[in-house]
Design a protein. Structure first.
Length: 139
């Protein structure tokens, strides 16, 4: 993973689901995905501790974690999904007095579906920036 980017998917990635919980001055976000059909399942999550009210360019602190399954089996996918479902419930239950809000977005598709579904979420903020000239990408 590059820096603190949690959603940096390859063109062959399959994204299963995204979880998001917000509470007093903090949020938690998680994703389960597979880089390709033969790749092991991966789980990423991060905590964000708000320092200001900026979505971008803020001084918020983030701690990001990654776990990789031993394989790309259905058993491994279910282990990650069930684990994050449980984590989301535990976090939400423990933060009820902080007016926590919990979302799970089932993606079950690639980057285009992921982007389309996340843009519909009230908690998703998107920043579009131009590609650097040396990226070699077709514009």
């Amino acid at each position: 993973m590059i820096g603190e980017v949690i959603f940096d998917f390859s063109t062959t990635a399959y994204i299963e689901a995204v979880w998001f919980i917000a509470w007093d001055q903090t949020d938690w976000m998680a994703v389960v995905f597979q880089d390709g059909p033969e790749s092991p399942w991966q789980a990423r999550y991060r905590f964000r501790y708000y320092q200001d009210a900026k979505a971008f360019g803020s001084q918020d602190r983030k701690s990001t974690y990654t776990a990789t399954a031993k394989d790309g089996t259905e058993e491994s996918r279910l282990a990650f999904v069930n684990g994050f479902d449980m984590m989301a419930d535990v976090i939400t239950d423990s933060k009820r007095h902080d007016h926590s809000e919990q979302w799970k977005v089932v993606i079950q598709g690639g980057r285009v579906r992921f982007t389309r579904l996340l843009l519909q979420q009230p908690w998703c903020h998107v920043q579009v920036t131009p590609l650097p000239p040396s990226s070699g990408a077709v514009q």
